[in-house]
Design a protein around this ligand. Sequence first.
Ligand code: K7E
Ligand code: CUA
Length: 650
Amino acid sequence: MKTIKNIFLLTAVAGLILSCGNNNGGKSGAMASSNAEKVYVAPGEHDEYYAFMSGGYSGNVTVYGLPSGRMFKEIPVFSQFPTSGYGYSEETKPMFNTSFGFVPWGDAHHPDISQTNGELDGRWLFINENNTPRIARISLATFETEEIIEIPHSAGNHASSFVTENTEYIVAGTRFAVPNPQRDMPISEMKGEFKGPLTFIAIDDSGHMKIDFQLNMPGFNYDLAHPGRNKSHGWFFFTSYNTEEANTLLEVNASQNDKDYIVAVNWQKLAEFVANGGGKKVPATYAHNVYDEKTHTATSTMMEGVTSIDPREVEGAVYYIPIPKSPHGCDVDPSGEYIIGSGKLSTDLSIYSFTKIQEAIANKDYEGDAYGIPVLNYENTLAGVVTQAGLGPLHTEFDGRGNAYTTFFISSEVVKWKLETWEVVDRQPTYYSVGHLMIPGGNSRTPDAKYLVAMNKITKDRYLPTGPELEHSAQLYDITGDKMELLYDFPTHGEPHYAAGIAASKIKDNVKKYYDLEENNHPYVAKSESETKVVRNGNEVHVYMTMIRSHFSPDNIEGIKVGDKVYFHITNLEQDFDVPHGFSMIGANTSELLIMPGQTKTSIWEPKREGVWPFYCTDFCSALHQEMQGYVRVSAKNSDTELKWSLDDE
Ligand code: K7E
Ligand code: CUA
């Protein structure tokens, strides 16, 4: 308690100093220029934080620097990306394989960084896909998507992909209750028939994902989640809505009950239960796609069966806690004691105490049950209420100094309030209609709370107009003082639902600069120009090609015929940082490829017409980049043009 008070004192003093500086100037003059300095990262200097923003309906992740708001990269995840050829090259197409076939787009929501002992460790970024339920893992060494796993029996994978304190599990909750197993039945009979499975995916030391079990919950809509941390480690908390189990006009029919539920799940107990042979193996078919950094190739495996647990069969593992009015966010403070539920239709925030939840469980202090799952007493689990905080609360993050920050969509503001006293201490407008917010490490034991990013849904007049479609807008606040201070606006790409921020120092020294050519195990690699060749196998032609500044080898190919299927397997021989080459072929029905140093990628081309057709490098790689080109001669289907290939006539 003493140290907490001292921290308050310190921040109060810091706030005084800050506000002195702010007195002379309002929105312009001294304050504006000091704000400009706070976000200014001089040319050649680096940002202090990475921010990984979800792309929402872009299906991808964008990487920003903070405080500058500069965008560094778009990482393709669930959507095809012609900029690099992701999802077009033969090596990456398997990443989109699902039990529904090839699904080249996704709706990405919540990125989360792997943790060790409750702290961000910078190894991997996970992100969920809502539409065709999937979770992806991105390497934070290569910034490439390395793995995608499909979640069977689920629909609307929204309460996802949140990471436990030692990256034991990530979760996937079912937002749209559905029949489980799927079957043909009248929609109007959903009540009591549909299910809302919560999936726990185990992560091993190399980051690989494996579905450990599915908790087959009643058919409510499971919206958001966060793992317990510190004292509540071992638990997971989910919000639910539509406990009415309405199947139509949900905006009215799912807002009938005064209260919906938070679900408290003791995942450690369930994991133990499954490890001891508990649960039932049920049929399931789902794709598991893994990209291998050494073969530069993804493989897709169709998996069969999952372990399903009935929540009533494990004593003491699953409880409901009432929460007012259709909650959305479900956030856990750094100490793990407080679980914050945001009722979208409520003006109040309900905060639950982990200690009181445990007491209620021990005392069997139930209000009743829902489908046989005990409902804990509302009043007796409540730690406090932040009253009249704003309109339309959505999400909360923490600064580790005893404060919480909640976004209010309807009243368009971020509200800062104190844990334990539940008093509102500051509110700042957002422009406009904020959804998520992010403080680097704000959902870990140790937030790194210098900045707060608000991710807004509506942009309107913030930037120069760009037609009816505007990019969403983010705002950066300095939160080191008593009052939040708006520093900067920057546009984002797609619809960032959430973001994960981390100190740049935890990532930048581990970033891979190029792929070692010696370690390239691609089956069609050519590790030098002497290994290049063209091989015909029926109407399939495999071209083993290399690229280096500033030519392809071979760059003249003859003997290709109309109706052939030509595989260009191209290896970038460069062994240096930031020297990609591109490959593009006239009339190809795919995209270009951008190939990193030491990497092999494959593009398919099916020539339609006779002639001599050029290909070229798309990335300006050297002074003689324009010379980096070649020709393919295409002859009639039944011609006897001899197959040959050359570079400089050799
Ligand atoms: Cu509130 Cu998908 Cu996290 Cu959007 S969700 S805002
Ligand atoms: Cu290689 Cu341009």
